[in-house]
Design a protein. Sequence first.
Length: 277
Amino acid sequence: MTDSGSHGAVDLSDWHALAKQMIDTLCDSDRQRMPRIIGVSGSQGSGKSTLARVVVEHLQRRGFSAAAVSLDDFYLTHADRQTLGTTVHPLLCTRGVPGTHDTDWLRQVMATLHETTHEAAAVRLPIFDKGTDDRSGQRESLAQVLVLEGWCLGVRAQPEDMLQDSINTLEREEDSAGVWRAWVNEQIRQHYEPLWRQIDYWVQLKPPGFEQVVLWRGQQEQQIEPALRMDPITLGRFIDHYERLTRWQWTSPPLQPGLTAHLAPDHSVQAVEALTA
């Protein structure tokens, strides 16, 4: 089975095997304790949206009502990010980093799921349109299990001494004083780490390296309508926003309980580590 989505034709057999392995483990332990929220964490272009969809398919085959949503859908409105860009730092006009999401909305979704025992919960989910760079509406889903995927899902705040040195052109030229990255780091500490603790089970997708992430993100861009594509220079600057936290997450302690899947350049799964709390 293949998927001809954002990465071109990708063999999904490894994704289905990974989803089955995970759900077999969870169902064997106690069906009544199936996690309410499963987190799929992976860099840009890693295939996390595809895997989230596959996990939902396998859950539904087992009789669970399930839905998938991207952390990207929780981005603040364009107007709200413009305000952050004016009051905090201009780089916050660009969606992506922690601090540019509506964490209050996500917190409410998580609370609704955990407050409902084993029945399906009605949750209101936002919809973000990357073409217009703005929220475009909302949808309601009825789910026993929510699969939440995102590039910075599970990221922890960095030690302050790691914020001192710029790591790429964007930081050197547009955040030389470190104001943007320090603010983002504090947002992780205050608003995101508490959310990560509400996720019951994790699947982490780990690529070969950041150079592969850049290649995958470029492949994604080629699947976009030509009029909306970023040129290579603009895309490179955009990716720079994500580099620090992407690299940092790979060196942080793994998220538990869950699985880490090590990926090859063609998105095949090279190895799987089971992680228990």
